[in-house]
Design a protein around this ligand. Structure first.
Ligand code: ADP
Ligand code: MG
Length: 338
């Protein structure tokens, strides 16, 4: 008798959920990415009890057609790529078609959505199974609520309940998204209190002020540089402002925030000698590049990337940072004696 079988899709989704949605803050990240990919200019995020009671995201993006809404919780269901040609030049934040399937498999979801080519729908899902459907909202956009996250994965539930840092993580995620999308107005509410609000007027320096305070924003030095492959832009906070962690070096590629040790090392090297040892700068740097030279399909969370021409990029960032700081006459040239 054969022993190998293909697992039921529901179990497949629960397995994937372990990687894609590790914790409540990863759910928030995936859902806000979907709102941004849908072209939203206003995104409201509400979190109750570290996301364990409720995570709700309301956007004014393009919404989802009623027929598509039925497919959402299927694994690898996506509107963003079609084939492997698309896979190797990704411009959207999502592309794996896994987030909603994974989130749906381990929670109870209410989705209200309206796309202008379709009728409004309001659907309830329970562990990925549709339990009710009725006409929904009158405004184009999407309103999605996640409740009882991890209700059917007992070990994960226990682990996540023991986490104390979730609100801080959610704030960090929304801050970085706001820095990457100054044209989008974000509002983050945690347990009924407003934690962040940005205007969406497209002014990155204003977003820096919303996040780090006006006194820090006043010390922001613009950076901009191009090479044939890369365009670097953003702000550096003057070196007298220091932090004891490198987390304040905000890096993004084509508006996707990334974690990249070497690249943040290049920023630190650019500040070299201007800051004491073991102190780190605040910086906001986006690098635009042809999506063909960056691989974002490295890890399910999509924050790790691989570059071709990595050393060129590191050098460009280091030089750009150094020059920008110098041009602010932060590093005075040695005075010539008459
Ligand atoms: P991916 O983002 O990788 O495509 P997801 O599981 O996150 O996969 O979402 C599946 C699909 O659902 C998306 O491709 C998109 O078509 C649709 N979708 C999800 N959230 C939204 C939203 N807020 N607004 C419009 N469409 C959405
Ligand atoms: Mg997505």
């Amino acid at each position: 008798m054969s022993k190998i079988k293909i697992l039921d899709p529901k179990i497949q989704n629960k397995i994937a959920a372990g990687e894609v949605v590790e914790r409540p803050s990863s759910v928030v990240k995936e859902l806000v990415e979907n709102s941004l990919d849908a072209g939203a200019t206003e995104i409201q995020v509400n979190i109750e009890e570290s996301g364990m009671k409720e995570i709700r995201i309301i956007d004014n993006g393009e919404g989802i057609e009623a027929d598509d809404a039925k497919l959402l919780f299927e694994r690898h269901a996506t509107s963003k790529i079609n084939d492997d040609y698309d896979l190797f030049q990704i411009r959207s934040l999502g592309f794996r078609g896994e987030a909603l399937a994974s989130i749906g498999a381990v929670s109870k979801v209410t989705l209200e959505t309206l796309n202008e080519d379709s009728e409004p729908v309001k659907i309830q899902y329970d562990g990925g199974t549709e339990t009710s459907s009725e006409p929904g909202r009158a405004r184009v956009g999407t309103d999605i609520t996640i409740r009882e996250l991890f209700f059917n994965t007992p070990a994960r539930l226990k682990y996540v309940r023991s986490l104390r840092t979730e609100a801080g993580k959610v704030i960090g995620i929304i801050q970085r998204m706001a820095l990457n999308y100054p044209d989008v107005s974000f509002r983050l509410m945690i347990d009924g209190k407003e934690k962040l609000r940005t205007s969406g007027k497209g002014d990155l320096k204003a977003v820096i002020a919303d996040i780090y305070g006006i006194n820090i924003a006043r010390l922001a030095v613009p950076v901009e540089a191009s090479s044939p492959d890369f365009h670097v832009s953003g702000y550096l906070i003057r070196p007298e402002v220091t932090r004891s962690h490198r987390n304040f070096i905000n890096l993004s590629v084509n508006q996707r925030f990334i974690k990249n040790f070497r690249l943040s090392q290049s920023v630190i090297k650019g500040y070299h000698t201007l800051q004491p040892k073991d102190k780190y700068p605040i910086a906001v740097i986006n690098i635009d590049m042809d999506p063909k030279i960056v691989d974002v399909n490295v890890h399910p969370a999509k924050t790790e990337v691989r570059f071709s021409k990595e050393s060129d990029l590191n050098q460009l960032v280091e030089d750009t940072v150094r020059k920008a700081l110098r041009s602010e006459t932060l590093i005075p040239d040695v005075e010539k004696k008459p």
